[in-house]
Ligand binder design. Structure first.
Ligand code: PLP
Length: 287
């Protein structure tokens, strides 16, 4: 099926949608993005993604391409037109194109941002068999830039990290900076020891995950103990269990780190419970 996508105010078949070769997203990775999941035809935590998008745009002095209400309308329209029951809505806003290449930002009065949205159909997203098996992780050095709190489209190193994991027979990589785990290539990272969930605190070093925020709130509501502090990969390897969170994979159990099996090598009870709670509560709140 040819998808209907959204580009700068128009709904178009994906084969007819175009963006300038001078677009700064293409030339300079000068753009930000969000990924919102869809379950039961509804958007999960749209508000959180919209708020983070606004923050990313502000941090980069990029004008908003449209209002939050318009964004919601576009998301819903694309879900409807593409008949998405389970899947994702990808949104990207770049600083646009002034018809040439220059390091200096173009004048926002005359150069409008580029806004693109498209859907990805993912039947079985909630009941993902990978979550039943759990993920195998390798650790690699974190050599990304210093503003990982801004959700930019500079995804080359995370992409390379996934490839390194694949080549090593694993599923994903956790990134290490100054001896401490920052996060996963496209998710936030956690381990559990003696019932306590440990994850890195928010700063410019990691993306402020929308799923992270929801899952930590739900963990506390479920009387689980949570500690936000720096942790090493060795601590994680000695943990009872581990997991990651992201909008596209929800809560994903981790069963192996650098070849070391965690617990009995199967998804741990806390990760499984949090996945259930997250899916259940998010569905109830979906719009
Ligand atoms: N950290 C990084 C580097 C990411 O790319 C992502 C998601 O893409 C996350 C964390 C998880 O964020 P969220 O839960 O908002 O999807």
């Amino acid at each position: 099926m040819t998808r209907t996508v959204y580009v700068n105010g128009e709904y178009l078949p994906e084969t007819e949608a175009t963006v300038s070769i001078f677009d700064r997203g293409f030339l300079m990775a000068d753009g930000v993005y969000e990924v919102t999941s869809v379950l039961d035809g509804k958007l999960i935590d749209f508000e959180g993604h919209a708020v983070r998008l606004e923050r990313s745009l502000n941090e980069l002095e990029m004008p908003a391409a449209c209002s939050k209400e318009e964004l919601l309308e576009i998301h819903r329209e694309l879900v409807k037109r593409n008949e998405i029951v389970e899947g994702l809505v990808y949104l990207q806003i770049t600083r646009g194109s002034d018809g040439d290449r220059d390091f200096v930002f173009p004048d926002p009065e005359t150069t409008k941002p580029t806004i693109v949205l498209f859907t990805q159909n993912k039947p079985g997203l909630a009941d993902n068999p990978a979550a039943k098996k759990g993920a195998k992780i390798i650790s690699i050095e974190d050599i990304r830039w210093g503003r990982r709190d801004i959700k930019t489209v500079q995804l080359l190193y995370p992409s390379m990290g996934k490839m390194m994991a694949k080549k090593a027979g694993a599923d994903d990589a956790w990134l290490i900076e100054d001896g401490y785990v920052t996060e996963g290539t496209s998710n936030n990272a956690y381990f559990v020891k003696n019932g306590k969930i440990v994850t890195r605190p928010l700063s410019n070093d990691i993306l402020h995950g929308i799923t992270r925020k929801a899952v930590l709130r739900m963990a506390e509501e479920a009387q689980m103990e949570v500690e936000e502090r720096l942790f090493t990969i060795d601590e994680a390897k000695e943990a009872d269990e581990a997991f990651t969170t992201s909008a596209s994979a929800f809560v994903m159990p981790v069963v192996e780190i650098d070849g070391v099996a965690l617990g009995d090598g199967t998804p741990g009870p806390i990760a499984k419970r949090l996945r259930e709670i997250y899916l259940d509560e998010s569905l109830k709140a979906a719009i």
